[in-house]
Design a protein around this ligand. Structure first.
Ligand code: CIR
Length: 254
C-alpha cells in the first residue's frame, strides 16, 4: 500500500484562526501557496494525497491532524479541545471512512487534539495539555490498547501541543526542543535536539522516502539533522505558524 495523507483546504476565514502569538495578520493567498508547496512535497515523496474541501465556518480546518488519530486500521475521531474546532470533525470522518478505516470516536467530557499524540512504532505517547484532558487521554489509550499499541500518557510541555516540541524521525528517533518538552519519557531512543532558540523547528515531518520536512527559517537545526544523517527539505509555513500550526498539523498520514 502506498503511503497516504489527508489534507484540508484553506478557507478565507483562516485569517480568524486561533492564535496565541498576537496580532500577526495572516495572508490567506500566501497560506494557500504554502499549502500547495506542502502538498507537492508530499506527492513528490510518493504520498497519495486526498484533499477535503475547506469550510468557511471553521477557520482552523487546515490543521486536520487535530481532529483524528490513525492507529493501524482504526481512525479515532477526536473531540477537539477548542470549542470552535468541534465542527471540523464531520467531513474528515467521512473521508477517513471512505478510505476504509474502522471509525472510532470519543465522547464528552473527553477532549483531545491529535497534535498531542505522537506515535513511535507501536508506542503511542499522549500529551496532557490545555486541549487534551485526562478523559481524552484515557479514551485514546483504551482504543490504542485494543489496536495493539502501548499508550503512554505524558505532559505536553510548554507549547500548545506535545508535537509542538517533539516529533518522530522515523520509528525510533525523535527531534526534541528541550525548552518546550521533557525528554525524560523518550530516554532510550535516539534524540536530536533543536538548536538553541530554534524550538519552533521541532515540528518536523518524516516522510516515507526517508526525507524529513523541516519548517523554513531554522538553519542550525536543519544542519544538526543533516549532520545526524537525515536528508532534509525546508518548507515555508509562515502563515500557518502565525496560527500556532506546523508541518505535522497540516495532514493526517498513514
Ligand atoms: C489551534 O489553536 O487549534 C490552531 N490555531 C493551531 C493548531 C495546530 N495544530 C497542531 O499543532 N497539531
Amino acid at each position: 500500500m502506498s503511503p497516504s495523507a489527508l489534507v484540508r483546504g484553506v478557507p478565507d476565514s483562516f485569517v480568524h484562526a486561533i492564535t496565541s502569538t498576537g496580532p500577526a495578520p495572516i495572508d490567506v493567498t500566501l497560506a494557500r501557496s504554502q499549502h500547495g508547496d506542502y502538498v507537492a512535497a508530499l506527492t513528490g515523496a510518493g504520498v497519495d494525497v486526498t484533499q477535503v474541501d475547506a469550510d468557511e465556518r471553521t477557520p482552523d480546518c487546515p490543521f486536520v491532524e487535530d481532529v483524528a488519530v490513525i492507529l493501524g486500521e482504526a481512525a479515532v475521531v477526536t473531540r477537539p479541545g477548542a470549542v470552535s474546532r468541534r465542527g471540523e470533525v464531520g467531513p474528515v470522518a467521512v473521508a477517513l471512512a471512505r478510505a476504509g478505516f474502522a471509525m472510532r470516536r470519543m465522547d464528552a467530557p473527553a477532549t483531545l487534539d491529535g497534535g498531542d499524540v505522537l506515535t513511535l512504532g507501536d508506542s503511542v505517547y499522549i500529551g496532557l495539555s490545555q486541549r487534551t484532558n485526562a478523559k481524552g487521554a484515557e479514551a485514546l489509550a483504551r482504543i490504542a490498547g485494543e489496536m495493539g499499541y502501548e499508550a503512554i500518557t505524558v505532559d505536553s510541555g510548554r507549547a500548545l501541543h506535545l508535537k509542538s516540541g517533539i516529533n518522530a524521525l522515523g520509528d525510533d528517533a525523535v527531534l526534541i526542543a528541550p525548552e518546550w518538552c521533557d525528554p525524560g519519557p523518550f530516554a532510550g531512543r535516539r534524540v536530536v535536539e533543536t538548536a538553541p532558540g530554534e524550538q519552533a523547528a521541532a515540528n518536523v515531518l518524516s516522510l516515507a522516502d526517508g526525507a524529513v520536512l523541516v519548517p523554513a527559517g531554522y538553519p542550525a537545526t536543519r544542519e544538526r539533522l543533516e549532520n545526524a544523517g537525515y536528508t532534509t527539505r525546508a518548507i515555508a509555513i509562515s502563515e500557518f505558524a502565525k496560527a500556532d500550526g506546523g508541518l505535522t498539523c497540516l495532514s493526517l498520514r498513514w
